[in-house]
Design a binder for this molecule. Sequence first.
Ligand code: GDP
Ligand code: MG
Length: 162
Amino acid sequence: PLPVVAIVGRPNVGKSTLVNRIIGRREAVVEDVPGVTRDRVTYEANWRGRRFTVVDTGGWDPDATGMNLRIAEQAQIAAELADVIVFVVDTTVGATDADETVGSVLRQSGKPVILAANKVDNQQLELEAAALWSLGLGEPYPVSALHGRSSGDLLDVVLDAL
Ligand code: GDP
Ligand code: MG
């Protein structure tokens, strides 16, 4: 079986956009409405000749009660099935309570976690990415899933952790 990279994060941070960037196709459904990816969807990917499975996660309704619990559950499931976890945060919003919840679940998983500071569409936003050190998951890697900015660098880091 191929190694598994799980893409985790709260709704609307750009997980599916990043998955499309990684697989080089527009297959993961991207929506302006939070919470569209209903279940875990797996794709085969290849970077610099190494094949792996990438898992797009979702499956919670942000309006539902007990949202933090659902998010924690989803992060837990993703952590169990993954060899490496990419935790996506929206840099333009910063670390929210939900991000902190996911972060602590992922820290406890013992799996390698790569922190993707997404929506860094330009150089000015790189400074804001540094604020995500506060999540306690090490270096935030600035990336723009939408424009592809630094996505190759992120993939290099992910593959190094496999
Ligand atoms: P998901 O819910 O985490 O899977 O997020 P999606 O991939 O569906 O994206 C949610 C919204 O964020 C969409 O409108 C995307 O176009 C937008 N988005 C995703 N990545 C970026 C990015 O790097 N920069 C900007 N500006 N918007 C992004
Ligand atoms: Mg999605």
